[in-house]
Design a protein around this ligand. Sequence first.
Ligand SMILES: Nc1ncnc2c1ncn2[C@@H]1O[C@H](COP(=O)(O)OP(=O)(O)OP(=O)(O)O)[C@@H](O)[C@H]1O
Length: 267
Amino acid sequence: MPGPVVTEVPADRPATVCAVDRLVLRFGGRGSPAILKGVSLVIADGEAVAVLGSNGAGKSTLLRCLPRLLEPSEGSVSLLGEDVMSLRRAGLRRLRSRIGFVFQRHNLSTRLSVLSNVIHGAHGRAGALRACHQALAPQELREEAMDCLAQVSLTDLAGRRADQLSGGQSQRVAIARALMQRPEIMIADEPVASLDPSSAEEVMDLFARLMRERGITLIFTSHHLKHALAYGDRVVALKAGLVVEDKPTARLREQDLDWIYDSNDRT
Ligand SMILES: Nc1ncnc2c1ncn2[C@@H]1O[C@H](COP(=O)(O)OP(=O)(O)OP(=O)(O)O)[C@@H](O)[C@H]1O
């Protein structure tokens, strides 16, 4: 069995890996309503944070604002010690290469093999996309990608085209691709939302364990209170663009969180 792919953590990585201060986001100009209305949040190195809230509360928007995939209107974000708002394009690219992303829709390249998709995770450090194709990638990248596939128990599907996978398999490939990136932070927006309950449980279990074993800070959204409590060290709840709860999961029970979904918009 290959060993885990170890993220090289810089010795000077700060104890706080994410600090968000009074973050405001409006999709339109100044006059348009704020979707995030002044969100402040501090996340420690290695923490697993579950972001909860009903549909439209602003969870995805918040996650996308962290690495400036969405441009915040006001406020500040610090990630891995970098002042995100002041970074220019190259700095932002470098920072994003240290962050893994897993989304509800896995966004695999469906015409490529599973192995090529995983190798693509190294794009930030391996450079040219050609080097990420299974047939052209250097031996060491191919081996590392196989290690990542072994972590999600999918080595036997390495050669299969990504459009021939089940939802659960695809999501596990997306996790292997994110691991290949050797991320220091993992941002996961409803990573198992598209899966049936038993696959969701299985994939979330695997995902959270891999993050914990590697000391990777995990920030994830979920509609499953059970997942938030099982896999988060802490729950941050949003309601209409505001943080309304921020507590260690050890001090929460499922029913304590019901009120977050009080409006009729829970799905
Ligand atoms: N590109 C956009 N332009 C305008 N409004 C948007 C855009 N994207 C999202 N919104 C709005 O921002 C609000 C927050 O959306 P967001 O996707 O962050 O919510 P969420 O908490 O992740 O919801 P869900 O649980 O349904 O995924 C919603 O009212 C949504 O309609």
